[in-house]
Design a protein around this ligand. Structure first.
Ligand SMILES: Cc1cc2nc3c(=O)[nH]c(=O)nc-3n(C[C@H](O)[C@H](O)[C@H](O)COP(=O)(O)OP(=O)(O)OC[C@H]3O[C@@H](n4cnc5c(N)ncnc54)[C@H](O)[C@@H]3O)c2cc1C
Length: 386
């Protein structure tokens, strides 16, 4: 959304985060990308700014806040470093918000304050080697025994798992029930039978850590269950519905960064006796980028505003994720193109944006899954009996 349409408070928040993003996060982004080091300093900085408490009740140490504020903050972080935005998102919007939405008062008092302060790190484990988009087909089982659940199975591609002290894990108590047999559990790092195997070789967002999580008779107290038995899948989908607009905001941030780098480059590079910026062909590329970024941002803020107002927002959030992730990929592509050969090389930011953008179309519901959700919600079903 154009700054003119932000409230005074939103503008203040945006400028505060922008300052931190430009001066602290962005200068380290290429280093983190090259080394794949977990962005601890960035995470500590975000925690110190109170940003791990965004959308979390003050009673549990959070700072409250709106979904519009979330969209503003996430876009600014992603503009500076998409890997940090991914790390932040898994910690806050997938783990912390899950506990806030479905935890008992006791669970919230125990787990939320250290996560908000950044003393502990959170993760969310749904995907398995044989079930991603079709998450209800999961194989990980939870068998009740002596006040505990024994978990067996494995999860894959889990962001933050290697650093996490707290993982929200979905498992099935009865696979024949599919979605209705799934529970959500808070699993602590030191649980017996839990092992984490870091995964390497990611195309982009390299400083975000991704791991396999293996459960071998991993014992988790029943009191760590979030919500009712059988409600875990519905809860996870609800959490993902909200988090989806943060992926849209991440995508807008990457697209904006790609646009900014392309605009800066074409103003200083010369060919055929003039600036690249003076060639109409490149001007039109910039115009298309600016226009598509604006539409992606507006759609993201619309989804956030709907959610803030308690209105139906799921279709719009899916549209925002679908559209903004496509815009991120297209803008990163154009930015590399406008840089010419140098755009193909590190440490040009353009090549990092190109690699970082792609995952936006894959994680937290791939584009095809967003289309399934949108189709289900916009196309009336045929009356049964016809
Ligand atoms: C870097 C990274 C971080 C991640 N972090 C996490 C995390 O923290 N926690 C977590 O639980 N998961 C995480 N994931 C997993 C991610 O959410 C899944 O990869 C994603 O949901 C897709 O699932 P899949 O990989 O099994 O692909 P599949 O489900 O096998 O899909 C393969 C392709 O088929 C398409 N497809 C599937 N079903 C349909 C259909 N019905 N119609 C049309 N097309 C279809 C998909 O869209 C995709 O293009 C992460 C993934 C990555 C890459």
């Amino acid at each position: 959304m154009d700054d003119q349409l932000l409230s005074e408070d939103e503008l203040l928040l945006k400028n505060t985060i922008k300052d931190f993003a430009d001066n602290t996060i962005a200068p380290r982004a290429a280093h983190h990308d090259e080394t794949g080091e977990f962005p601890w300093e960035n995470m500590r900085g975000l925690a110190e700014m109170g940003l791990f408490g965004l959308g979390i009740d003050e009673e549990y140490g959070g700072s409250g806040g709106t979904n519009r504020q979330v969209a503003i903050v996430v876009e600014e972080i992603a503009r500076a470093c998409a890997a940090t935005a991914t790390t932040y998102g898994a910690h806050l919007f997938l783990c912390l918000h899950f506990i806030q939405m479905y935890g008992t008062d006791g669970q919230k008092r125990q787990f939320i304050p250290p996560l908000v302060k950044g003393e502990t790190i959170g993760a969310f484990a749904l995907t398995e080697p044989d079930s991603g988009s079709d998450a209800a087909a999961m194989h990980t089982t939870a068998t009740g025994s002596d006040g505990s659940y024994l978990l067996n199975g494995s999860k894959t591609f889990i962001t933050n798992a290697d650093e996490a002290d707290v993982l929200i894990v979905m498992a099935s108590v009865d696979r024949s029930l599919r979605a209705r047999g799934i529970i959500a559990l808070i699993v602590e790092k030191d649980s017996t039978g839990l092992s984490i195997n870091p995964l390497h070789g990611k195309m982009g967002i390299r400083a975000s850590s991704t791991a396999e999580v293996v459960f071998d008779n991993c014992a988790v107290p029943m009191e760590n269950r979030l919500g009712d038995e059988g409600a875990g899948f519905r809860e996870a989908m609800e959490v993902l519905n909200g988090s989806r607009l943060t992926i849209a905001a991440q995508s807008v941030g990457i697209a904006q960064a790609a646009y900014d780098s392309a605009l800066a480059y074409v103003q200083q590079r010369r060919a055929f006796g003039q600036r690249l910026a003076d060639f109409q062909g490149l001007q039109w590329m910039l115009v298309d980028m600016a226009t598509s970024i604006e539409t992606a941002r507006l759609l993201t803020h619309k989804a956030a505003t709907l959610r803030d107002n308690g209105l139906p927002y799921i279709t719009t959030a899916s549209m925002a994720k679908l559209h903004a992730s496509k815009v991120a990929v297209e803008c990163a592509d154009k930015a590399v193109q406008m840089h010419g050969g140098i755009g193909y090389f590190a440490p040009t930011d353009a090549e990092r944006f190109y690699r970082d953008a792609k995952v936006m179309e894959i994680y937290e519901g791939a584009s095809e899954v967003q289309r399934l959700i949108i189709a289900r919600n916009i196309i009336p079903r045929e009356e049964s009996g016809n």
